[in-house]
Write a new protein. Structure first.
Ligand SMILES: [Ca+2]
Ligand SMILES: [Ca+2]
Length: 210
């Protein structure tokens, strides 16, 4: 009789432990700082520091190649052979990557395919054929109105919409879409085309991209 009661208690305790494990497990699996999101294998040692631009990571390897990796997934976007180990760290400016190789040469490489020159790579550009400057009034924008007036990239590597507002938007935010392309996609009418996109229109577009 005692053995049966003991067995029941043990079974109940096991059930409790099992339930606790089920409840606790999801939080234990939640991502936290320092967790490895991805790793990407090259053909040799990686002795240099990577550079990051346009949603990609650029790094040299002792296998003689310079790699461009997707910053989110780590997938290889391209790998260019230099023919000798690449120990130096890349520098990036104006869409070009500059790097030295052990074959005594310095290379300049196109970092991404950006057919319309809006500083957003073709592979992630939601609006092909962006025209800059765009057709909305670009010389005088009212407060809190936005338009792409110049394709000159800022020193932080981003292309900003012109605006007098403290709130800034970049082509990275709009995934390569200008105000007039946003107007056309959302069917906003001529008002926005005449005065530039408003802050709320820009935010609505960016929210819709998520
Ligand atoms: Ca583009
Ligand atoms: Ca575009």
């Amino acid at each position: 009789m005692m053995n049966k009661m003991l067995a029941k208690r043990l079974a109940a305790r096991k059930l409790l432990v099992l339930l606790l494990a089920v409840v606790v497990a999801p939080s234990a699996m939640a991502a936290s700082s320092g967790d490895i999101r991805w790793s990407s294998l090259t053909g040799g040692a990686v002795n240099s520091s990577p550079a990051v631009a346009n949603n990609a990571v650029f790094v040299g390897s002792n296998d003689g190649k310079v790699y461009a990796l997707d910053a989110v997934t780590g997938a290889v976007i391209w790998a260019t052979v230099t023919g000798a180990p690449v120990d130096s760290s890349p520098a990036i400016a104006n869409g070009l990557l500059y790097i030295g190789s052990d074959n005594s040469r310095v290379y300049a490489m196109q970092t991404v395919d950006d057919s319309d020159g809006d500083n957003v790579a073709d592979r992630v550009d939601a609006c092909p054929n962006t025209i800059i400057p765009e057709s909305v009034p670009t010389l005088v924008l009212k407060p809190n109105q936005y338009a792409l007036t110049s394709s000159i990239v800022s020193s932080d590597g981003l292309l900003y919409f012109q605006s007098s507002s403290n709130t800034k938007f970049t082509t990275a935010d709009t995934r390569g879409c200008s105000c007039e392309q946003i107007v056309a996609a959302l069917g906003l009418g001529n008002g926005a085309l005449k005065f530039g996109c408003s802050k709320s229109q820009m935010r609505a577009w960016i929210l819709g991209l998520r």
